[in-house]
Structure formats: structure tokens, C-alpha cells
Design a protein around this ligand. Structure first.
Ligand SMILES: Cc1cc2nc3c(=O)[nH]c(=O)nc-3n(C[C@H](O)[C@H](O)[C@H](O)COP(=O)(O)OP(=O)(O)OC[C@H]3O[C@@H](n4cnc5c(N)ncnc54)[C@H](O)[C@@H]3O)c2cc1C
Ligand code: FES
Length: 273
């Protein structure tokens, strides 16, 4: 997008309910040239405006390797997300972005990759996972570990099934609380570490989810021998402008919207010191 301060109009093409309060939207810029030109890094985010309701940041949940449309997965939490939930295919929204730094996909080439997601933390990882799977030969082992509070709160169920069926991807899922019919693992996300062969020296771990889950997962990865630089996460703060102008998202000398939201754990530690 040429001007990060001016929203461009995009149309909702279709939508998919993930959980009772979370929905994935597939969007396309109204301007065809812009739709084909739009490029981003997984981990970057958009400022999405619902006209008359306001604007909020959402990470790009699709992969830049699949051009023409973009996807966001949104949980209803308030004014903007409620208004978005009332829209449907054919309706229009405003988009500013891509904002932020994103994951460095080139630097990940040749490494084993471990994706660790919790709840609504899977969307930023989903774009990266698709990017990696679309260029599978460029990467080592791919392991996806995902947990939610209950089975009905797991997002991307169909894709988790597809990824798990591939011979070149290892998928493990857990829930905090089982529901009738669930025969899988029960426990917090770190229980999955014992089910896979983690290789701390050759792996990069990408961790996204609620802050408490990120904290436990990172402590566990460090204890298992991962260097802080090999643990990569996304930080969220209340944001407004999304482009380093309004001061809403400062932590120390960093603007999370511009310098982040993606940081490795060494950078995260330095930020809080
Ligand atoms: C970089 C970034 C990427 C994000 N990506 C996604 C995404 O992919 N999907 C998604 O559903 N949400 C995402 N969010 C969170 C989303 O932007 C907020 O939930 C947003 O406030 C929703 O707007 P609202 O008007 O519906 O809710 P509001 O009326 O603004 O607030 C709802 C509640 O959420 C709290 N809140 C607002 N922002 C945050 C935040 N950043 N962290 C924790 N609590 C917050 C508010 O205090 C309030 O209690 C992201 C946030 C950031 C900063
Ligand atoms: S959201 Fe405005 S400076 Fe980051």
C-alpha cells in the first residue's frame, strides 16, 4: 500500500466460523492492481476499519505466497470486532498496512522449525506455516504444537488435520479440558514437548498465544536448551496508529507497532531491563 495512513477499500469475499466467537475473513482489495501487488511478511499486521465503528489491528493470517486475497482471523471482543461480525460477503472494510516487521522467513531457511501456538495465537503462525509449506524444500523438520482451552476453541481444525496428514510435518494438539468425543492429549501446551524430538541446536521456535502461555512455553524451551535468539514471539499492546506516530505502544525505546510485533527472546528480555 503506498500510504500507510490512508485506508484502502477491501471487500469481504467469504468467511469461516472457527469457534463460537472467532471467524476467518477472506478479503480482496477493491482495486485489482493493488490486490495483486500487495506484499507482506508473515507476522505483519493490518489496521482494519469497520466504517462507523472504528479501527483495530489484526495480524495477517494468510501467506504472501498466495497472492490476490488476504485473510484475518478475528475474535469478538468489543466495538470493532462486534461491528465486523455483523458484516458478511460483499461488504467493505478499510485496510491500512502491512504494519510492523514480520518474521524473517529468509533467515529461517535451512533450520528445523517448531511452531508453538495457543488459542487465538495460531493466526500469526498460520501465515508463516503456509509460507514454509509452500516452499517446503527450503526448510528442515517442521513441527506444529497447538493448544486451546477446549476442543471447540481450536481454530483451523481442517488445516490442522491436513497438516497432520502430511509425511513432512509433525502436528501435536492438546486441550486444557476435554469435551465428549475428545481422545487426544489433555494438558497445557508444554506437555507436547515430551511427545516430539526437539533439537534446540538446529531449531527456531516460533511462539504465539496468550501472554501466560508464552511465558510458560519460553521458560520450558530455555530449560530444554534453546538459545534466547532461537525463540521468536510476537508482542501485543494497545495500538492506534500502527506506524510509530502516536506513542501508544512504546516499551522502552521500542515502538511495538513499528519495531515489532516480532522479537526474539533476547530482544524481549532487553526491552524490559
Ligand atoms: C499487532 C496486533 C495484532 C493483533 N492480531 C489480532 C488477530 O489476528 N485477531 C484478533 O482477534 N485480535 C488481534 N489483536 C487484538 C485486537 O486488535 C484487539 O482485540 C482489538 O482491541 C479489538 O477491537 P475492538 O474494538 O473489537 O475491542 P475493544 O473494544 O478495543 O476492546 C476489547 C477488549 O480487549 C482489550 N484489548 C484491546 N487491545 C488489546 C491487546 N492488544 N491485547 C490485549 N487486550 C486488548 C481491551 O482492553 C478490551 O478489554 C491484535 C492486536 C495487536 C496489537
Ligand atoms: S501504535 Fe502508534 S506508535 Fe505504535
Amino acid at each position: 500500500m503506498s500510504d500507510l495512513l490512508v485506508p484502502a477499500i477491501a471487500t469481504i469475499l467469504d468467511q469461516q466460523d472457527e469457534t463460537p466467537d472467532t471467524r476467518t475473513y477472506r478479503l480482496r482489495f477493491r482495486d485489482d492492481a493493488q490486490a495483486e501487488r500487495f506484499d507482506f511478511q508473515p507476522g505483519q499486521f493490518l489496521e482494519l476499519s469497520v466504517f462507523g465503528a472504528g479501527e483495530a489491528p489484526f495480524c495477517l493470517a494468510s501467506s504472501p505466497t498466495r497472492r490476490g486475497t488476504i485473510e484475518v482471523t478475528v475474535r469478538r471482543t468489543g466495538r470493532v470486532t462486534d461491528a465486523l461480525a455483523a458484516l458478511g460477503p460483499g461488504d467493505e472494510v478499510g485496510l491500512r498496512g502491512p504494519c510492523g516487521n514480520g518474521f524473517d522467513v529468509t533467515a529461517a531457511e535451512g533450520h528445523d522449525l517448531v511452531f508453538v501456538g495457543g488459542g487465538i495465537g495460531l493466526p500469526p503462525l498460520r501465515g508463516l506455516i503456509w509460507n514454509v509449506l509452500d516452499r517446503r524444500e527450503a526448510f528442515g523438520n517442521v513441527t506444529i504444537l497447538y493448544g486451546a482451552r477446549t476442543p471447540s476453541l481450536l481454530v483451523y481444525k481442517q488445516e490442522l488435520h491436513e497438516w497432520g496428514a502430511r509425511a513432512d510435518v509433525e502436528v501435536r494438539i492438546t486441550v486444557d479440558r476435554a469435551e465428549p468425543g475428545w481422545t487426544g492429549t489433555v494438558g497445557m501446551v508444554p506437555v507436547l514437548f515430551d511427545q516430539v524430538d526437539l533439537k534446540p541446536q538446529s531449531s527456531l521456535a516460533y511462539v504465539c498465544g496468550p501472554p501466560i502461555m508464552i511465558s510458560f512455553v519460553i521458560q520450558d524451551l530455555l530449560a530444554r536448551g534453546f538459545a534466547p535468539e532461537r525463540i521468536i514471539s510476537t508482542l501485543e499492546r494497545m495500538m492506534q496508529c500502527g506506524v510509530g506516530k502516536c506513542n501508544h505502544c512504546c516499551v522502552g525505546s521500542k515502538y511495538l507497532c513499528r519495531d515489532g510485533p516480532v522479537f526474539n527472546f533476547r530482544e524481549i528480555r532487553e526491552m524490559w531491563e
